[in-house]
Design a protein around this ligand. Structure first.
Ligand code: CO
Length: 298
């Protein structure tokens, strides 16, 4: 029956992310994890990488490192990343493309700006999101889904447009097969855009604004670039563009909370300390494999 009243989710908590230097020296904005917010169940990490303009020889990434117990999602807006892992997957992720890696039982992973950017320099801008896996799926076989930009559907309504990486919006369905239902949307909201989308009530939703300003909720809440909102209960999300000026851009992530204990140490996310210790033993004894590079010509 049409016309059922929707409860619009309001901003329950607002988090500001500041640019910081990470690991080998890449620049990220990280709304979580932080000291005050360790995760937003089922999401464990949200990093905006760059935008940064590298000169020749300057670009850095994350060379060989393990993961177990969750999924890493890389979504590139500008530039190109090269990924390879110990399960034999290897590929480049260019503008608009996605790499959704289910680490599961464990992989060794390398994520680097492309050779072209490392050598000649260039701009890099994108995201990495970590999606937790429930206890029963933590040790699934590793999987790698590479979705080229042309396979990411786009939909438009009024002044709003969306690229759907996972889940569904405006009738478009993302190509990524997720372990549990997850929404991962890249929204562009022109000035004056105003739309309300269904958002299943059992999911936790966050909106991270990475360009301009985006309005949220039934009131006049507005988030600016670098701010994330954890949305409160409801079954709809209302997104608005800025009153005037350049379009706002935001990631919308939603998923059902796992409500399980989270034991986390660097690249391993399990349910218990004993499972973390086992992950370290398995990595150190080579049971997560290594990246085979013997056949490489470069
Ligand atoms: Co990784």
């Amino acid at each position: 029956m049409a016309g059922e009243a929707q409860a619009v989710r309001e901003v329950a908590r607002r988090v500001a992310a500041h640019r910081q230097r990470e690991g080998a020296g890449f620049i990220v904005r990280r709304p979580f994890p932080t000291i005050g917010l360790s995760y937003v169940d089922p999401f464990l990490l949200l990093d905006e990488m760059g935008p940064i303009d590298y000169g020749p020889g300057e670009a850095v990434g994350a060379p060989d490192h393990p993961h177990r117990g969750f999924e890493t999602v890389t979504y590139v807006l500008e530039g190109e990343m090269e990924h390879e892992d110990s399960a034999g997957h290897r590929g480049a992720t260019g503008p608009g493309a996605v790499q959704w890696m289910t680490a599961g039982a464990g992989v060794v992973h390398s994520e680097m700006p492309s050779r072209r950017i490392r050598e000649a320099g260039g701009r890099l801008h994108g995201f990495q999101v970590w999606v937790n896996l429930p206890a029963r799926l933590k040790l699934v076989q590793p999987r790698y889904q590479a979705i080229v930009a042309s396979r990411v559907p786009e939909a438009r309504q009024g002044g709003a447009s969306v690229r759907v990486i996972a889940g569904e919006a405006l009738g478009a369905r993302g190509a990524v097969q997720t372990q549990l239902p997850i929404d991962f949307h890249d929204w562009t909201l022109e000035a004056g855009a105003d739309l309300t989308l269904p958002s299943p009530a059992d999911r936790q939703a966050v909106v991270y604004v990475f360009s301009g300003a985006v309005g949220l909720g039934a009131g006049d809440s507005e988030l600016h670039e670098g701010e994330m909102a954890i949305l409160g209960p409801g079954d709809a999300v209302r997104l608005r563009g800025p009153v005037r000026g350049a379009a706002g851009r935001a990631l919308l992530l939603a998923g059902a909370p796992l409500r399980e204990p989270v034991a986390r140490f660097g690249p391993f996310v399990m349910n218990t300390e004993a499972e973390l210790r086992q992950a370290m033993v398995d990595y150190q004894s080579g049971r997560m494999g290594e990246i085979a590079r013997t056949a490489r010509l470069d």
